[in-house]
Write a protein that binds this ligand. Structure first.
Ligand code: URA
Length: 229
């Protein structure tokens, strides 16, 4: 059950139509509420009971999804920055209000779990180091890491041009050219810069997990809805 809203307002905030066009959709017989054809776009309706062309409107009470980010996409909204994660998602999501954003960012050259939402407090809750939400990365590196590097990560790496040290992070060697890193913050290019600080170059980076969420079952470019926490 959702709190009732004007249908034209609802459809425009979900990116389906402008408020004016919403009446047109009703006139064309494309909108139903509770399965019944609906002809008045100015009437209040329960958002969870609205369908267009027989399909329930998506995420009427708030959007939260997990995308398996492929390499080569940016998390920015600005298409001058290159192909965006938003370009592999339904187009109407770009028209939603509140705006759909990524929860933190991954670099263009990093793949893996990226979460998106239109819920501001959720962004805060999942990105703030205070809330201890782990992000786990698998890095491909140019040489082995051992006790010295593990201790440096655990102590908190001092990045160049940063006033404060990173929070303690867990570094787990996998083999001579791979290691796993668990962080609870998300500074710009953080994993690459942390490895650079201990003399290792990262040639590939994949985020395996963000909190409880992984890309299991999703090919790059695929997404799935998540229940709003
Ligand atoms: N650290 C990086 O260096 N890049 C990312 O995309 C995420 C974490």
């Amino acid at each position: 059950m959702g709190t009732s809203r004007r249908l034209d307002q609802l459809l425009s905030s979900l990116g389906y139509a402008s408020r004016k066009e919403a009446q047109g959709l009703c006139d064309e017989g494309r909108v139903t509420v509770n399965g019944q054809p609906w002809d008045d776009a100015s009437a209040r309706v329960d958002p969870t009971h609205v369908a267009i062309d027989g399909e329930a409107v998506d995420f009427p009470l708030g959007l939260f999804v997990l995308l398996h980010k492929p390499l080569g996409l940016v998390c920015s909204h600005d298409d001058r920055d290159g192909p965006r994660v938003y370009d592999v998602l339904p187009r109407r999501w770009l028209l939603r209000d509140p705006k759909v954003v990524t929860i933190g960012r991954l670099d263009k050259d990093t793949s893996g779990v990226i979460l998106l939402t239109d819920q501001g407090p959720l962004v805060q809750r999942l990105t703030s180091p205070k809330h201890h939400v782990d992000k786990v990365y698998l890095a491909t590196i140019d040489g082995p890491v051992g006790a010295k590097e593990i201790a440096a990560f655990a102590q908190g790496i001092q990045l160049e041009d940063e006033a404060e040290c990173c929070f303690p992070a867990t570094l787990t060697p996998v083999d001579d050219t791979h290691a796993r890193v668990t962080l609870r913050e998300g500074k710009y290019h953080q994993v690459r810069r942390m490895f650079a600080a201990v003399g290792r170059h990262v040639s590939a980076l994949h985020r395996e997990r963000f909190g409880e969420w992984t890309v299991e079952g999703l090919a790059p470019g695929q997404w799935r809805p998540l229940p709003l926490p």
